[in-house]
Design a protein around this ligand. Structure first.
Ligand code: F6R
Ligand code: ZN
Length: 195
């Protein structure tokens, strides 16, 4: 898609983006994400009862030659599979040179990041904050709140989103509900897989 070179302003809401031309909307339900959760028994049990919406994404992938901004918005529902909070699949930006900015609009969560050498960071996501994602780090958003988490995103266009590496490696940390709130713990299933 291409963004016409005309100025515009729209409200910073999912509804406004949704009605904006050239924006692609997609939804991920628990059934689409079943293999991503650490507790596969809890995941299958939850699915028997319901197939809830885990997150929705609205993307304006600006592929016009010479243009350098794409943008979008993500809304992650509150919820858990076993003790693990709902999250986005997470991905690397292939090429590792496409940085990204997240602007948190609503809710609270945790941004999990890691680089291919296994270095991992967890960053809190709070309303009215921005989070910077360096281009070489995989990123996943976890909603640790009891309400929805909404954030606006800006990244360079023509980036290839690499989900396959996450499917192979997983993330180094899981974010689980603990006795004193959310806790990031080591993921026993994580392994570094060379390219
Ligand atoms: C784009 C980006 C976000 C995510 C969105 C959904 O580079 O990081 O717009 O694409 O939050 O997450 P994924 O793509 O991991 O399913
Ligand atoms: Zn990204």
């Amino acid at each position: 898609m291409a963004l016409p070179l005309i100025p515009f302003n729209i409200p910073l809401t999912p509804e406004a983006l949704n009605s904006f031309h050239a924006v692609k909307a997609s939804q991920r339900r628990l059934g689409d994400l079943i293999h991503y959760y650490s507790d596969s028994i809890a995941a299958k049990e939850s699915l028997k009862a319901d197939n809830p919406l885990v997150y929705e994404v609205w993307e304006m992938e600006n592929e016009a030659p010479g243009r350098c901004l794409s943008f979008g918005m993500t809304r992650v529902s509150p919820g858990k599979v076993g003790r693990e909070y709902f999250f986005t699949r997470g991905h690397f930006h292939a090429g590792e040179d496409g940085d990204e900015l997240y602007v948190i609009l609503k809710g609270r969560g945790v941004l999990l990041l890691f680089s291919k050498d296994g270095h991992c960071e967890t960053i809190d996501m709070l309303p009215d904050q921005i989070c910077y994602v360096p281009g070489h780090m995989a990123h996943r958003v976890v909603n640790t709140d009891s309400k929805e988490l909404v954030f606006f995103t800006v990244w360079p266009p023509r980036i290839v989103h690499d989900y396959a590496t996450i499917t192979k490696m997983g993330f180094p940390k899981l974010v689980l509900a603990g006795q004193n709130g959310p806790e990031a713990v080591d993921n026993p299933a994580f392994s570094i897989v060379p390219d």
